[in-house]
Design a protein around this ligand. Structure first.
Ligand code: ZN
Length: 85
């Protein structure tokens, strides 16, 4: 493989990560552009809740970009079951 292909692959990966970060973090979570709101998807709601707590100065912690601590998913999935009863 030509060394330029490695660099191109690296550049495309960085571009895709940047696009995903922009769409999830800036557009969806922080609503910098008022689109993509109010998804009923439990994974997205749990991840957004974890991200907003990440910004809370009293509960500041680090977590994966699109993977929140398990407690947020358990909380979100449990709440959904309770509302269906
Ligand atoms: Zn943020």
């Amino acid at each position: 493989m030509n060394p330029n292909h490695y660099l191109l692959s690296l550049g495309i990966g960085i571009l895709l990560y940047g696009f995903a970060y922009f769409m999830f973090h800036d557009v969806y979570v922080h609503q910098r552009i008022p689109i993509l709101r109010n998804f009923s998807n439990r994974y997205l709601r749990a991840t957004v809740k974890a991200h907003l707590e990440h910004h809370n100065p009293h509960a500041h912690y680090n977590y994966g970009f699109l993977i929140a601590p398990v407690k947020y998913y358990i909380e979100e999935f449990s709440r959904k079951k309770e509302t269906q009863k």
